[in-house]
Design a protein around this ligand. Sequence first.
Ligand code: GLA
Length: 403
Amino acid sequence: MNKYLLFLFCVVSTAIGQAKAQKFKDVAQTPPMGWNSWNKFACDINEQVIKEAADALVSSGMQAAGYEYIVIDDCWHGKRDENGFIHADKEKFPSGIKSLVDYIHNKGLKFGIYSDAGTETCGGEPGSRGHEYQDAITYAKWGVDYLKYDWCNTGKQNAQASYTTMRNALYEAGRPVLFAICEWGDNKPWEWAEDIGHMWRTTGDIYPCWDCEEDHGDWSSWGVLKILDMQDGLRKYAGPGHWNDPDMMEVGNGMTVNEDRAHFTMWSMLSAPLIAGNDLADMSAETVAILTNKDMIAINQDSLGIQGFKYSSKEGLETWFKPLKNGDWAVTFLNRADREHQVNFNWEDHQIKDPDFEYSVDFKNTLFSLKDVWAQKDLKTTKSSFNAVVAPHDVITLQLTKK
Ligand code: GLA
């Protein structure tokens, strides 16, 4: 081939390659479920910690309940070699990432890793800027199934362009990867990322408290209610394969059992990714019971993939509805207040209309059976009114099944 033809061939094949690059289509059709090291361990990670989390995900029953990804967050990195390829920190991960991935795959789990669109990660490790294709090849060689891609040290980079570059790099590397965008909602990814990532963070970092703001100087992390309120207006952007991500869970990281239950419930009502962030190898029975409640997980994983919406709010008592497949619904009474709330919900007085999607119900015309998801109790039907007390910082969730 002469030089001119070779040049033409390269230009055309690059153009075809880039035109073809897209996000992996069949990934994350329901909200991703798994565990991530950051909330509990931050930079204090090593291969033992990750293996123990994987072991515990299986032995606790979480894998059976649907959790599948084990994700290493920041600080696994060593240095780039002279050719620019990234390697793991040899002291923390003496066996290397590939062998850890094999260990995790052998349990029937999937493996996730973390990088950053800028020059350095938030923890000061090498970022992927300028090394996107190399890193994507490395991840594919290691067998990585999930990439969380952060936004520190990005200077004047354009977010949409930067995330598209990494999406293309992952696609070209050929191994299906769930691409988790983490730019904290700064550039409204819900408006442009549907074809780029499978989930996008909508807020800054979560903090294990009910309603606090934790001030870190030039940034803050946020309690559960603060993050919940920041989801307002975003539900119309989410659906199968592209989820709003209100951040990883803090269940088991120091809040009360009521608060943990409410946190898990609201993340389920929001069709949020359910990424546990606690020490799985050292969990209380209550934490396990919350994280593995099958009915709540079924509400989160419902194939419609429609987030719940706030139907009413009064004195700190909120009522949320979530449309489910087959005309079913989930209803949550969330008590944000420091005192008990009495619920008296006479179904037939209510006509529910989803504000963003075509779902509605008039309880005068349609009858449902009721199950209390946390009490695991079948109740009467929507013919009679539902009366109960919701404890402070707690929830009652009902599963409504069409009769
Ligand atoms: C950012 C992200 C966190 C975590 C840290 C790691 O703050 O939002 O979820 O990944 O970086 O340094």
